[in-house]
Ligand binder design. Structure first.
Ligand code: AP5
Ligand code: MG
Length: 191
C-alpha cells in the first residue's frame, strides 16, 4: 500500500490537489471534512454532534473522527492506499492512525505539507464561501477560528511525522497546475 497525508491549513488546497492525485495513483480519498459533511446532510447522530463544532470553526472530538476513519478504512479493504485529507489533525489522531495502519501491516509513506500565507487562506475561503454553501466559509470570524485551531492543535501533526523524517514542505501558492507538478514529483519518487 501507499499511504499519503496531504497536510496544510484550511484553504491550502488539500481538496483541490487530492482530485488529481487520486486519479493519477488510484488511491482512495479519505477526507474527514467530506465524511463529516455527509453525516450532517444525512442528519445522523454523529453529524448532529459534529455540526456544532464545525459551524464554530473548532475541531470535532478525536474519538468521533477516529471511529469514522476506522469504519471508512474497513469499508475499503480493496484500497491500494489512502490519501488522507484533513486527517490526522491532532497528535492523538496521529497515534490512532499509526495503530490502524499497523494492524493492516502498512504505514504512512509521506506527509506532503502545503504552505500558504494566512491572508491568502482567508481570501480563498471567503471567495469559496460565496458559492460553496459551506457554513464555515461564510464568515471571516469562523475562518480565522479554523486557522487558529490549526495553529493551536494541528501544526503538532507535522512535528509528529518530522521525527520519522516523513514531512516534505511544498509551496502551496501559485497555479493549481504548478503545485500539482511539485506534489507529483514527490509522490513519483516514492510510490
Ligand atoms: P475540512 O473539510 O477538512 O476543511 P479545512 O481543513 O478547513 O480545509 P478546506 O477544505 O476548507 O480547505 P482545503 O485545504 O481542502 O482547500 P481547497 O482545496 O478546498 O474540515 C472542516 C471542519 O471539519 C473542521 O473545521 C473541523 O470542524 C472538522 N474536521 C474535519 N476533519 C477533522 C479532524 N480530522 N478532526 C477534527 N475535526 C475535523 O481550496 C480552498 C479554496 O481555494 C477553493 O475555493 C479552491 O478553489 C481555492 N484554491 C485551491 N488551490 C488554489 C490555488 N493554487 N490558487 C488559488 N486558489 C486555490
Ligand atoms: Mg478540504
Amino acid at each position: 500500500m501507499f499511504n499519503l497525508i496531504l497536510f496544510g491549513p484550511p484553504g491550502s488546497g488539500k481538496g483541490t490537489q487530492s482530485e488529481n492525485i487520486i486519479a493519477a495513483n488510484g488511491l482512495q480519498h479519505l477526507s474527514t471534512g467530506n465524511l463529516l459533511r455527509s453525516e450532517i446532510t444525512n442528519q445522523t447522530p454523529l453529524g448532529l454532534k459534529a455540526k456544532t463544532f464545525m459551524d464554530a470553526g473548532q475541531l470535532v472530538p478525536d474519538e468521533v473522527v477516529i471511529g469514522m476513519v476506522d469504519n471508512f478504512m474497513n469499508a475499503h479493504p480493496e484500497a491500494k492506499g489512502f490519501l488522507f485529507d484533513g486527517f490526522p489533525r491532532t497528535t492523538a489522531q496521529c497515534i490512532a492512525l499509526d495503530a490502524l495502519l499497523q494492524q493492516k501491516g502498512t504505514e504512512i509513506n509521506v506527509v506532503l505539507a502545503l504552505e500558504v500565507g494566512e491572508e491568502e487562506l482567508v481570501k480563498r475561503l471567503l471567495g469559496r464561501g460565496a458559492t460553496s454553501g459551506r457554513t464555515d466559509d461564510t464568515n471571516e470570524t469562523v475562518i480565522r477560528a479554523r486557522i487558529q485551531e490549526y495553529h493551536d492543535k494541528t501544526t503538532a501533526v507535522a512535528t509528529y511525522y518530522a521525527q520519522f523524517n516523513k514531512v516534505v514542505a511544498i509551496k502551496g501558492e501559485g497555479t493549481v497546475e504548478s503545485i500539482y507538478t511539485e506534489l507529483k514529483t514527490q509522490i513519483d519518487a516514492r510510490i
